[in-house]
Design a protein around this ligand. Structure first.
Ligand SMILES: Cc1cc2nc3c(=O)[nH]c(=O)nc-3n(C[C@H](O)[C@H](O)[C@H](O)COP(=O)(O)OP(=O)(O)OC[C@H]3O[C@@H](n4cnc5c(N)ncnc54)[C@H](O)[C@@H]3O)c2cc1C
Length: 381
């Protein structure tokens, strides 16, 4: 599959499956199994995997375009896809002894959804410092952990899980494992009823004495942190930026439709014809949205041709995208007035969904900490 095919398949799924159901799924906080059932056969679950395991070997450019296209219709489904892609990249980068070949083939064949289970109740948004520690049990390890948020909880076929290495000495000496959903001791610990992203089942999960064989260890002991930073973070930050862009584009489009259709009958004009102030606010939304698109294109370019500034751009992109998404959707709420406030339009869902990006780790505040330190030459950890 090439780039254009991937994006056009994503567009078809967005138009035919996601958009018609987004409102009701949001209302009911219902996970869109239909979205996953469509993404699999379309070949989109394995687009970045190598062709040897059945993937399409596409790069960050295609990933970002697919995520943005999905997010324009339903940011929850785009987030499910994004977490799957981050987990998949981690599985694909597994150490040589890990037994993941069949999982990668299943992902490429569209039969397997994965996700990340990093955040823990004890260390909150500091996902790089798990509280849980793997305990040796012969050649296996046992994992017991309280994972505070796991997108696609109860719906994924596997979970990429972090824990401190059995003999790790520092707070970031973690190891990553892959656990099948059928692993005894692994369970969803509660419902998901968020302000936004309500259709992505980001529920807490419990691991209780989960027995893990050596082949399911994805990284060397203590090398989980490196994989989080080098494999997950750039892709996650690009993907969350792409979700933000999709939300902004949907907000601009929805606002334009409203300004072109809602009328002041007594003046014989649409809102957009009548009020320059609304046109100016729409213009600001458009400027910010295109600015974010340019920022994402720049990050894609950095990821395609890595250089000294690549990590800085990845940090900046997510920090900026979270703020832009909140600003653009907030303006849309105001411009569309009572019609948006009273939930007659999709704008209020976009506004709620837009608030997730800045609190998802690394949060906007933490990113600013990292960026400030990086600019000053201070070590991040
Ligand atoms: C919709 C959604 C889906 C999610 N999906 C997943 C998932 O699939 N897998 C997963 O592992 N996690 C997931 N998370 C968890 C997410 O990545 C964060 O861990 C979580 O949102 C942090 O919330 P908290 O209340 O624990 O934050 P806290 O750590 O309590 O942060 C509270 C506030 O303090 C600020 N803060 C914290 N540390 C610093 C610092 N060093 N400097 C400055 N400010 C700081 C934060 O920015 C925030 O404003 C998800 C979260 C959401 C909202």
């Amino acid at each position: 599959m090439d780039h254009e095919t991937a994006v056009s398949r994503a567009k078809e799924i967005a138009d035919c499956i996601l958009a018609p159901a987004a409102r009701q799924n949001d209302k009911d906080a219902r996970f869109s199994s239909e979205a996953v059932a469509a993404l699999g056969p379309a070949g989109l679950l394995g687009i970045m995997l190598p062709t040897e395991v059945g993937g399409s070997a596409l790069g960050p450019r295609s990933f970002a375009a697919v995520v943005t296209t999905l997010a324009e219709a339903d940011a929850s489904a785009a987030m499910v896809y994004l977490m799957h892609m981050c987990a998949t990249a981690t599985i694909a980068a597994a150490r040589p002894g890990a037994t993941v070949a069949q999982t990668l083939k299943d992902i490429s064949a569209g039969r397997h959804l994965s996700t990340l289970a990093f955040s823990e109740a004890g260390s909150r948004s500091h996902f790089w410092a798990p509280i849980s520690r793997a305990q040796r049990n012969g050649v296996n390890v046992r994992l017991t952990a309280k994972k505070s948020w796991v997108t696609s909880a109860g719906h994924a076929q596997s979970y990429v899980v972090s824990a401190l290495a059995p003999d790790g000495t520092g707070p970031t000496d973690s190891t990553l494992y892959i656990l099948a959903s059928s692993t005894p001791g692994l369970s969803v610990a509660g419902p998901w009823d968020g302000l936004g992203m309500r259709a992505n089942a980001s529920a807490p999960m419990i691991l209780e004495d989960c027995e893990v064989e050596p082949g399911l260890r994805l990284t060397d002991d203590g090398a989980g942190f490196k994989a989080m930073l080098e494999t997950v973070l750039p892709l996650f930050n690009l993907g969350t930026s792409a979700v933000a862009l999709g939300l902004c584009r949907a907000a601009v489009a929805g606002t334009a439709v409203h300004l072109n259709s809602a009328r002041f009958e007594h003046l014989g004009q649409t809102l957009g014809e009548s009020l320059p102030t609304l046109r100016a606010q729409l213009a600001t939304m458009q400027i910010d949205t295109d600015g974010l698109a340019a920022r994402i294109a720049d990050l894609v370019d950095h990821l395609e041709r890595p250089r000294e500034t690549t990590m800085l751009r990845a940090l900046e992109s997510k920090a900026a995208a979270g703020d832009v998404a909140i600003a653009v959707t907030s303006t849309a709420m105001r411009v569309c007035g009572g019609a948006a406030f009273s939930k007659h339009m999709a704008i209020e869902r976009l506004f709620r969904d837009a608030h997730a990006g800045a609190v998802m780790a690394p949060t906007g505040d933490v990113l600013r900490e990292f960026i400030g330190k990086a600019v000053l030459g201070i070590p991040l950890f």
